[in-house]
Write a protein that binds this ligand. Structure first.
Ligand code: GDG
Length: 466
């Protein structure tokens, strides 16, 4: 039988509370069909990498690797998160490229390949995730691995004019071309990838749904596979959350005021300063909302190794403090700003209590919070999603109020429209959004990607045999 081997930078071990879209999605996908999840353990050692441990839970085997401290720093906080992440999120001014971190990136990928190769059997489907691990296919092929290798990018893919600012863009593309299948969240990212192939790599693109590409050393395929969520799981958690002590306390503390909620990793791609400022403007321009609305922002800290993330944290503290200092009253705090992570059992209950969900990133591959917010609502009295047009999710979620986070007036108007939207409109929009979530859920994502990978590899083997 075909086995699934999932590879990602970080493995989320059983019972680990790990905010982040990839971790949550992989956990659901693997739980359904079983397999191996290979990646970094979250621990660093003073020396080089070593195979840390194998753990089993149900039908999933977790195989984790400890990394050397310096390797990890240069690869993760270096090339992955100070070069690729800002570039892929359209922030070239934040890109810091050095040959040293590029070398570390390839070195750590080679360590992954060395340890991973021992687990792979020829019939496996190997599904590699995200921008940390782009070179892995080439390195596995060098080790003689013949299994099917698929890659999924969880971030946006930038247009060629941005990508080619990276001195090693060609090497990165050649590495992608060594996969059998490359997957993106949206047709926009696939189009950007295709433009790169045509304009920079002088390759050919054969358009048949999933595209066939002749651009690297051989042909491979690329396609759109929008990630979804486990809708019944989220809905059931949310419906049961009233029994959760944290949810009951939140409810009581609101004293009937409308709640607006944001839940994001503390990341500059999420548009948090813009969201905070727009909320401040809302209170300034529409004083009737004073005392009537509370904004709860949950923002667990992330990537504190990178200076921009620490800087953003200070900036948000300043803006939230400023708004509260200006508008708060002895018995009402307009902004409740929290850096802790919460279990999904509580989070879904918070979503459900919120009249408005604010998901306003400057750029986001997909954004799962938008989907979780909708799935958590009570269909009889649902809240309203305000969603940035620059989140991949906007392509599927036309039932939300779409905003441009760079347009502060537009954001204020959207917040106001969301808070005051009549019940009939809220219900109609919610139903439309739920239909979409149910159609393109986490199972559809996993199945469509793996089915495409299966077909792709058969074609490749055929070619090789011929
Ligand atoms: C990347 C891409 C893409 C958040 N706070 C807590 C918590 N979370 C969970 C949410 C959600 C996940 O983290 C965040 O996922 P997003 O999709 O919103 O964002 P990224 O982390 O940036 O994910 C993104 C995703 O990969 C999947 O492809 O959609 O575009 O950037 O599931 O619920 N979870 C818990 N406590 C928290 O406090 N337990």
């Amino acid at each position: 039988m075909t086995r699934l081997v999932v590879v990602s930078n970080r493995v989320a071990l059983p019972n680990e509370l790990k905010p982040g879209g990839l971790a949550h999605a992989m956990r659901s996908a693997l739980r359904e069909i079983g397999g191996i999840w290979f990646g970094w353990s979250g621990r660093t050692t003073s020396q080089t990498a070593s195979m840390a441990q194998i753990q089993r839970e149900g039908n999933v085997t977790f195989a984790t690797l400890d990394l050397g401290k310096r390797d990890h720093e240069e690869y993760y906080a270096g090339f992955a998160n100070r070069t690729l992440w800002p570039l892929f999120h359209f922030r070239p001014s934040l890109v810091d490229f050095t040959r040293q971190t590029w070398a570390a990136y390839r070195r750590v990928n080679a360590i992954f390949a060395e340890h991973l190769a021992r687990f792979i059997e020829p019939d496996d489907l190997v599904w590699i995730h995200d921008y940390h691990l782009i070179p892995l296919a080439s390195l596995l092929r060098e080790r003689g691995i013949r299994a099917r290798l698929g890659f999924f990018l969880h971030t946006p893919f930038p247009p060629p004019e941005l990508l080619n600012m990276l001195p090693v863009h060609r090497e990165l593309f050649e590495a992608l071309a060594d996969y059998d299948l490359v997957g993106f969240h949206t047709a926009d990212y696939l189009r950007a990838f295709r433009d790169y192939i045509l304009l920079e790599a002088h390759g050919e693109v054969n358009d048949t749904g999933v595209i066939s590409v002749r651009g690297g050393r051989r042909s491979f395929r690329a396609g759109v596979f929008p990630i979804g969520i486990d809708v019944p799981e989220v809905s059931n958690l949310a419906a049961a959350a009233h029994a959760h002590p944290g949810c009951a306390q939140l409810h009581e503390s609101l004293q009937g005021r409308a709640l607006m909620i944001g839940v994001d990793r503390l990341d500059y791609s999420k548009g948090l300063p813009e969201r905070f400022r727009a909320f401040g403007r809302l209170l300034e321009e529409y004083p009737e909302f004073k005392r009537q609305v509370t904004f709860l922002q949950i923002a667990p800290v992330s990537r504190t190794e990178v200076a921009e993330y620490r800087q953003l944290k200070r900036e948000l503290e300043r803006i939230a403090g400023g708004i509260n200092g200006r508008f708060a009253e002895p018995d009402w705090t307009p902004v409740r700003y929290l850096n802790n992570a919460y279990p999904h059992a509580a989070l879904t209950g918070y979503y459900r209590q919120a009249r408005v969900g604010l998901v306003t990133p400057l750029r986001d591959g997909m954004n799962l919070v938008a989907k979780e917010y909708v799935a958590s609502q009570d269909g009889d009295d649902p809240g309203v999603l305000v969603l940035s047009r620059f989140a991949g999710a906007a392509r599927q979620m036309g039932g939300a109020i779409l905003v441009n986070p760079h347009d502060q007036d537009g954001m204020v108007n959207a917040m106001r429209a969301a808070i005051t939207m009549p019940l009939a409109d809220r219900r109609a929009r919610w139903r439309e959004l739920m239909d979409g979530l149910e159609r393109e859920d986490i199972t559809a994502w996993r199945r469509s990607f793996l089915a495409a990978l299966d077909v792709t590899a058969e074609a490749r083997d055929g070619r090789l045999a011929g």
